[in-house]
Design a protein around this ligand. Structure first.
Ligand SMILES: Nc1ncnc2c1ncn2[C@@H]1O[C@H](COP(=O)(O)OP(=O)(O)OP(=O)(O)O)[C@@H](O)[C@H]1O
Ligand SMILES: [Mg+2]
Length: 260
């Protein structure tokens, strides 16, 4: 019988946990937007400096070759600016909770573009190993959030810079899933700590780094929640001194046939 006061208490506590999880997801995604705003401002400053200098060069030198070079540099910089604006606007617009058929490759590319500056600053190069995959059923904004958390963790685990591998591939075990893998060659995670890394508030970091990231212990907890809400899976493999790899598995979007 459900008149047991403990049952009621449990129901209330569960509802409270759910509300807290929603608040957490919301504030994490706002933090990401804030971080991106900062990154974007820096990036734009660079682009403007470049554009101004090449415009000056084009005005100073009248020969065709120099002018063509200046115009091409200005065009490249402007295209890059337009692309960044597109991604940021997309992120801001895409904050609704629904899931759509989503192209994983462009999602990953957008995140890498947004983090490019940060990764370069910490001397981290990204190796892309993208296989062709079908669209997944996902909330693009939330999956980008997951990828940002994983990439920032990977960067923070590589204090001397280094290499990251980002892989996209069809899942080998089931053809109904796509896998995204983020692999670093950083510090690795000791075996006894691995069971805790997805726990909320579990962190080994002293606090936020100079970019204001890390140390709350919420990143992976949120990643797990988002991926599992998508009926997906997140797994980790790690070895101290060798590095860490996170695999996210996401379900394919139903094809028109499946929907019938
Ligand atoms: N790629 C990685 N390499 C090594 N350790 C990692 C890696 N990713 C996560 N960890 C470990 O797992 C812990 C939890 O990660 P999580 O992202 O949840 O929190 P955080 O990075 O400490 O803080 P934040 O919530 O701000 O991201 C980290 O403190 C770190 O010890
Ligand atoms: Mg983190």
């Amino acid at each position: 019988m459900s008149s047991d006061p403990r049952d009621q208490e449990i129901t209330e506590l569960k509802a409270r946990i759910r509300r807290l999880e929603e608040t957490l997801a919301d504030s994490q995604s706002l933090t990401a937007v804030g971080e991106l705003a900062g990154t974007t401002a820096h990036e734009f400053n660079n682009i403007l400096t470049l554009t101004i200098n090449y415009a000056r060069m084009g005005l100073r030198h009248k020969d065709d070759e120099t002018r063509d070079k200046a115009f091409n540099k200005i065009l490249d910089a402007s295209n890059r600016a337009a692309k960044i604006v597109g991604v940021v606007l997309g992120l801001a617009r895409n904050r609704k909770p629904g899931r759509q058929p989503t192209d994983v490759t462009s999602l990953v590319e957008d995140v890498l573009l947004l983090l490019e500056r940060e990764l370069t600053k910490y001397r981290i190069s990204v190796e892309r190993k993208f296989e062709p995959v079908k669209p997944v059923l996902a909330n693009g904004n939330q999956i980008q959030q997951v990828l940002i958390n994983l990439l920032v963790n990977a960067r923070q685990a590589s204090p001397n810079g280094g290499r990251l591998i980002v892989k996209i591939r069809p899942c080998e075990e089931s053809n109904q899933y796509v896998e995204i893998i983020v692999r670093d060659f950083g510090t690795g995670i000791p075996q006894e700590k691995l069971p805790h890394i997805f726990d909320a508030f579990y962190t080994t970091k002293q606090g936020p780094d100079e970019t204001g990231k890390g140390g709350s212990g919420l990143g992976l907890a949120l990643c797990k929640k988002i991926v599992e809400d998508h009926s997906g899976k997140i797994r980790v493999k790690s070895s101290v001194g060798k590095g860490t790899s996170f695999t996210i598995r996401l379900p394919l979007a139903p094809t028109t046939n499946d929907e019938e």
